[in-house]
Design a protein. Sequence first.
Length: 214
Amino acid sequence: MDYKTVSLSDQVFEHLESNILSGKYQRGEIITELQLCSELGVSRTPIREALRRLFQEHLIEDTPRGTMVLGITPKDFMDMSEIRLRIEDMAVRGFIEHADEDALKALNEAVDFQEFYLARGDTDQLKALDGRFHEIIYAGCGSMILRDTLSPLHKKIQQYRRNSIRTPERASHSVKEHKDILEAIRAKDADRAVTLIRNHIQNAMTRALDKEDN
C-alpha cells in the first residue's frame, strides 16, 4: 500500500472497507489482526483502529470464532435502494435547478465514457462511471444533506451495482437509462427525469438481486 496523503489508519480503513463492499472479503469470512497485518504490511495499531470503525459501520462483528465479515446483505441493499427511491428524485430536481455548465459537461462525459467502456465490455470501468454519474448529481443538487445521505448509500452497494451490469445486456440497459436521464436533465424536464431515475433504481434492484438468486 502507498501511504502518502492521508493517515495510515484512514488508508487501512478505506482498503478494508473496499474489500468488504466489493465482496473480496465474503460475508461470513473470519478476518484476524495477524492476517491483515501480513496482508497490508502494517502494524496492529492502524489495523485495530480500522476494525473499530468497521464495527461502527456494522460491516463486521465479533463472534466466538473471531471477527466475522458482515458486508451488505440483500436486505440491506433493498433498504438502501428504498431510501434512494424516496429521495434521489429530490437530488435530480435540485441538480436541474442548481447545476452549472461544468456539472452538465461532467455528467455528459460520464455517459460518453460509459458508452466507450460498454463497447469494450469493461465492467469495472462501467461500475466506477455509474458511481461517477450519480455522484455528480449528488454534488450538484444544491443540498449537502442530500449529498451526505445518498453518497454513502451508493458507495455501500457497489457489489450489487457490479451484479446489475454483469452481462452485456444488463450493462447496455443501465447505460441507456443514464443517457435518457441526462437528456431529460439537459432539457430541464424535471418530471421526466424523476420518472427515469426511479425506473433506473428499480431496474438496478431487479438486475442486482437476480444475480443473488442464481
